[in-house]
Ligand binder design. Structure first.
Ligand SMILES: *[C@@H]1O[C@H](CO)[C@@H](O)[C@H](O)[C@H]1NC(C)=O
Ligand SMILES: *[C@@H]1O[C@H](CO)[C@@H](O)[C@H](O)[C@H]1NC(C)=O
Length: 435
């Protein structure tokens, strides 16, 4: 009296969540012992397709649980609950040099998850799936507000957590790629911080040629956070990535206005002391342009622009004068910036100066320059627009996919704990608002 077999089914839990949350992918109602491929697909805002997939065998109840079962092939191996995201690559035949980055943070990253019969490696588009499901992954949690900032000559976007606050604040500085990059700030607001993503690399063009910003620009941004009614003015951190670290460290040491409560550096350096106009810093970097290298595929390696680490103290931020806790996140295979050498030199400088108790270094083997929020695909190299020269090159960032992806998870956890300790904690005036 066997009834009709139930249809295969994919369950994704939660099907809607924040991008740094883990999801559970379950396939049910398969015949037992069936070879299947679980496949994830993203259609990017730039109209490219990214995919990842694992090969599984259904268990004796006809189920596959991606969080518990081992993939025996595909774009990742073994038990990898989030392999369907971090191992994503552009589908075969895509344009070269792609990088997956969310620009429209008010919409989710939509991931289509499908299950196919057999262990497939290609032609997913032309094959009928046994079942499909959709997962929405958001940078902005429900209730997070996004506010464009144009006052005082600033160009940025402020993200506010839901509720009246007050909340601790964050000044979020990206690197030399420039532009206004919002997704990390959106995600930090989802964790309870008022976060200002600031565009500081785009030069102002006037009748007077191009002009880069200076200290007053960053000070205006810091003040904007300090004076915001939803911000605890004495609980503001700075977050710098790559070149943004040079700015964050420089301001923390040299600016009389900017007094961060703590500072997080991702893949940064203290060489290139930012104190004054960025134009001077760029002129200094240009002098080292002859140190640019290329790999066998002609991809640009920029890490030597700052090497060897100079002995001349005037060429480095005087980190011995730092007065706030600093967390350095370092990829040991960073091909773009000498983050490892810089971290070691900063440690020595701070030991000599007696403030090394403020320093925490988290250093990750096999990890490249682009340490992104967790589960972001690892990008070893990608197209890069050299702003000044207006030319497109391919830059080698470094890292190996598995260790890099684990490092992204750990680095993000460490960042959240560090911010929580120094901006919320228990003894602070800025308690977490109760829901
Ligand atoms: C993802 O699934 C949805 C719902 O089934 C569908 O409308 C959409 O076209 C799919 N996207 C891709 C890229 O296949
Ligand atoms: C260019 O800008 C500088 C500094 O802002 C100013 O001193 C100078 O007079 C300007 N020159 C012209 C030609 O406008």
């Amino acid at each position: 009296m066997a009834g009709k077999e139930p249809c295969p089914l994919i369950v994704v839990r939660p099907s809607r969540c924040i991008v740094d949350e883990k999801f559970l992918v379950l396939v049910q109602n398969l015949p037992p012992g069936l070879a299947v491929t679980v496949h994830a697909l993203i259609h990017s805002e730039d109209d490219d397709f990214w995919e990842a997939f694992g090969h599984y065998i259904s268990d004796d109840r006809g189920c596959v649980n991606v969080a518990k079962d081992a993939s025996i092939g595909g774009s990742y191996d073994g038990v990898e609950p989030m392999g369907l995201l971090w191992s994503m690559k552009p589908i075969p035949g895509s344009r070269p040099g792609l990088r997956l980055r969310k620009k429209e943070v008010h919409t989710p990253l939509v991931v289509n998850i499908s299950v196919y019969q057999g262990h497939m490696n290609e032609r997913f588009k032309d094959t009928r799936a046994l079942a499909c499901a959709v997962a929405e992954r958001w940078y902005m949690a429900p209730g997070v507000q996004r506010v464009g900032i144009t006052t005082n000559g600033l160009k940025g976007t402020l993200f506010l957590p839901p509720g009246a606050g007050p909340f601790p604040g964050l000044l979020d500085l990206w690197g030399g790629g420039g532009g206004l990059v919002e997704y990390r700030s959106a995600l930090l607001a989802s964790h309870g911080y008022v976060s200002l993503a600031l565009d500081y690399m785009t030069p102002k063009t006037s009748g007077n040629g191009t002009q880069h910003v200076g200290n007053d620009y960053f000070e205006a941004a810091f003040r904007l956070l300090q004076e915001h009614p939803q911000v605890c003015g004495d609980r503001i951190a700075m977050l710098g990535l790559s070149f943004g670290t040079s700015v964050a460290l420089g301001m923390a040491v040299y600016s009389p206005v900017i007094k961060p409560k703590c500072l997080v550096s991702v893949s940064g350096s203290h060489v290139m002391p930012v104190n004054g106009s960025l134009s001077d810093v760029f002129a200094e970097i240009k002098k080292n342009a002859h140190n640019t290298r290329h790999d066998e595929e002609n991809r640009i390696i920029w890490r030597d622009l700052l090497l060897p680490i100079p002995d001349d103290p005037s060429k480095k931020v005087d980190v011995g004068r730092i007065q706030c806790p600093v967390l350095l996140l370092v990829g040991e295979d960073d091909q773009n910036w000498p983050a490892s050498e810089s971290a070691e030199d900063m440690r020595q400088m701070m030991e000599k100066a007696g403030n090394s108790h403020l320093l925490t270094i988290a250093s990750y083997p096999g990890t490249g320059h682009l340490i992104e929020p967790p589960y972001s695909p690892h990008i070893r190299a990608s197209n890069f627009m050299v702003a000044q020269a207006r030319t497109k090159v391919i830059v080698l960032w470094g890292g190996q996919t598995v260790p890099h992806s684990k490092a992204q998870e750990d680095a993000w956890q460490k960042t959240l704990v560090f911010l929580e300790d120094h901006l919320y904690g228990t003894k602070h005036r800025c308690p977490r608002p109760q829901n």
